[in-house]
Design a protein around this ligand. Structure first.
Ligand code: TXE
Length: 478
């Protein structure tokens, strides 16, 4: 077990105030490592360092920022197998999924290396004589990054890379379940040529480290991904003190299957969207809304495909579904299985824990037949649990899809161009998929939702500049 996962503050590796163990959910007997946990005072030190480094980093050349980000991206890509192995051990997604995520993180840094060079502005003619107007973007200052555990490399990457590319400094707090991934990413960043203080890592609890970031008047912007409850509470505090906030808080994403869909393709979309990454994706398809005439055939095919999914050790050969990331999440999932049964939904396959060669948080993906008002069809479970809902026709399916407080992603399976166009236009979500799983997005285009799923500007792609920069309008009298 590795025990050197320290915090990185003002260009130095620092021991924490306490330590904690990071578990391997595939094998509880082989923990990943022991890591340093900061408290509020150590977090404040990191924030002060970021604040002091702010002016210097904001005025570096685009070339320097591009070089730093490109180096980080290149190293992540060169080490994607090793980083993927670490991710699989710590979070529990399969090795193939984990290597894919590591590569994605590398590509994100490469993309924002390019963005650092593409900084542009606009020149306007003034309404007054002899005056020119320039509109440019500037960094906002210190960014607090509060990350979740389900994408422990990619989500920090899609927050850290734009923050640094646009000239901000960073205080990064990984989720408690995945300190080793946060550390591995930070270790690469620490060797990329940033000035001391421009990037800081503080592992620790949300209550202490996270709250210190949210409360600090030196933190100008907070980018958060996590639960609705934490996001809503964070927003109140941060807005009160005038900080800029970007929140991504999950979903209850519908996948609509219309009667004319290619059923094999629709089943594949459903299985991938609902169960891959053990269902622990904010974009997971947890509501499968099927038009009545296709319902029986779809359910029969999906039941068999779900039953055949191979659950096991994240590093195991041929494994399709790794363990649930933590005991607490497993208990939450199993709790919802009971809720579903109690509400009268029919569990057609899965839903129980699975014994494997190594002790871990294994669970068979669960498929329910339910009603739109069931809690399992309304609340984010964040596990491999999906509910099929019958729709009378396409209009009814659309209404059911939009009947949710969330609005992150929504999908439709159909062969009809007319229906695809109609659903793309009318699904109330930040992202819409046609004949694709709701989970699985590109890294160079905007990511984010509507309604209770998100708050603030979009993440990723060049739209990330909306959050990580502020606009300056300059008037010059020649
Ligand atoms: O989330 P939290 P958890 C959902 C999912 C899951 C549930 C709980 O339903 O079962 O949330 O997961 C930090 N001030 N999602 O407990 O608590 C925390 O340390 C500042 C959906 O992991 O929201 C972590 O770094 N920060 C989801 C981050 O917030 C605080 C991804 C998220 O933790 C804080 C993850 C505080 N007071 C969970 N309290 C998605 N949308 O993808 C906690 N944190």
């Amino acid at each position: 077990m590795q025990s050197s996962f320290r915090n990185y503050i003002n260009g130095r590796w620092e021991t924490g105030v306490t330590t904690a163990i990071s578990e391997n959910p595939s094998d509880l007997g082989s923990p990943v490592g022991e890591y340093a946990r900061a408290d509020a005072a150590q977090t404040d030190a990191a924030i002060r360092a970021a604040s002091q480094a702010s002016a210097a980093w904001a005025f570096t050349t685009p070339q320097r920022r591009a070089d730093v980000l490109d180096q980080i991206g290149s190293e992540i890509l060169a080490r994607k197998d090793e980083l993927g192995d670490l991710l699989a051990r710590e979070e529990g997604k399969t090795l193939a999924e984990s290597i894919g995520e590591a590569a994605r993180a590398g590509n994100i840094f490469k993309f924002f290396a390019g963005e650092a060079l593409r900084a542009t502005g606009e020149k306007f003619a003034s309404v007054r004589p002899g005056i020119e107007v320039d509109v440019t973007r500037e960094p906002i200052g210190v960014i607090g990054i509060i990350a979740p555990w389900n994408f422990p490399l990619a989500i920090p990457a899609w927050k850290i890379a734009p923050a640094l590319a646009y000239g901000n400094t960073v205080v990064f707090k990984p989720a408690e379940l995945v300190p080793a991934c946060g550390w591995a990413l930070s270790e690469i960043i620490s060797r990329a040529g940033l000035p001391a203080g421009a990037f800081n890592l503080v592992n620790g609890s949300g209550r202490q480290v996270g709250q210190a970031i949210v409360d600090s008047p030196l933190v100008d912007g907070i980018s958060f991904t996590g639960s609705q409850a934490t996001g809503a509470q964070l927003l109140k505090t941060a807005v009160e003190r005038g900080a800029k906030v970007q929140l991504e808080m999950g979903g209850k994403n519908p996948l609509v299957v219309l009667a004319d869909a290619d059923l094999d393709q629709a089943v594949e979309c459903a299985v991938q969207g609902a169960f891959f990454s053990t269902g622990q994706r904010c974009t997971a398809s947890s509501r499968l809304i099927v038009e009545s005439t296709a319902y029986d055939a779809f359910v029969a095919k999906l039941r068999e495909r779900t039953r055949a999914l191979k659950v096991g050790h994240a590093l195991g050969r041929g494994i399709e579904i790794g363990p649930v990331a933590s005991r607490a999440q497993l208990e939450q999932n199993l709790g919802y299985i009971e809720i579903g049964r109690h509400e009268g939904a029919e569990l057609v396959v899965g839903g129980a824990t699975v014994e494997c060669a190594t002790p871990g948080h294994y669970m068979a993906p669960a498929l329910f037949l339910g009603e739109p008002q069931h809690r399992i069809a309304r609340e984010e479970i964040f596990g491999p649990v999906a509910v099929v809902i019958r729709a009378d026709d396409a209009d009814h399916a659309l209404a059911l899809a939009n009947d949710t407080p969330y609005g992150l992603c929504a999908g439709v399976c159909t062969r009809s161009l007319k229906q695809a166009t109609h659903f793309k236009r009318h699904l109330q979500a930040g992202m819409v998929m046609v004949n694709l799983p709701t989970a699985g997005v590109d890294y160079h285009v905007p990511f984010g939702g509507r309604k209770a799923s998100s708050h603030g500007p979009r993440e990723q792609g060049r739209y990330a500049a909306e959050f990580y920069t502020t606009v300056k309008t300059a008037y010059t009298h020649a």
